[in-house]
Design a binder for this molecule. Structure first.
Ligand code: FE2
Ligand code: FE2
Length: 150
């Protein structure tokens, strides 16, 4: 593969990563909506879909984007590659614990357990929003600028 083809490939990946961000945001919102509607089976189904997509998404960023990004001569402030890896780990931990809680909730939905779940989902949403904002302000535009045909 020529360097130009490789750059083109990564530019295509950037577009799909951005589109996937919108999907992830809307899935997490749907999860929260199902929770407050006390529809636990839909809340869990949506969250499992979210988790599968997040895992794939993370792999693409870590395998295809961050290695190229790390080699840029300069990365934007607040966009050091380690920050993304750290945030990925934190999001994964939060997501794992939310999944465990969502799987163990009883169909009758003990109120305290529901309240804890709602709070955990809200915390995860804040972390995801902040992470996506960072990627869309630093990682994605810096790669686009570097790889766009001159
Ligand atoms: Fe990410
Ligand atoms: Fe991302």
């Amino acid at each position: 593969m020529t360097p130009r083809q490789k750059a083109q490939d990564i530019l295509t990946v950037l577009g799909s990563v951005e589109a996937e961000h919108r999907t992830l945001q809307s899935l997490l919102l749907r999860h929260q909506e199902s929770l407050v509607g006390l529809d636990f089976s839909s809340a869990l189904g949506v969250l499992e879909d979210f988790a599968r997509r997040t895992c794939r998404h993370r792999r693409v960023e870590e395998d295809d984007l961050l290695p190229v990004y790390s080699k840029l001569s300069e990365v934007p402030p607040d966009g050091e590659p380690e920050i993304f890896l750290q945030e990925h780990r934190e999001i994964e931990e939060q997501l794992d614990s939310l999944l465990t809680a969502a799987r163990s909730i009883s169909p009758s939905g003990d109120r305290r357990a529901v309240a804890v779940l709602v709070e955990q989902a809200a915390r995860l949403r804040v972390a995801i929003e902040q992470h996506i904002r960072r990627e869309e302000k630093t990682l994605l535009p810096a790669l686009r600028a570097q790889l766009a045909p001159k």
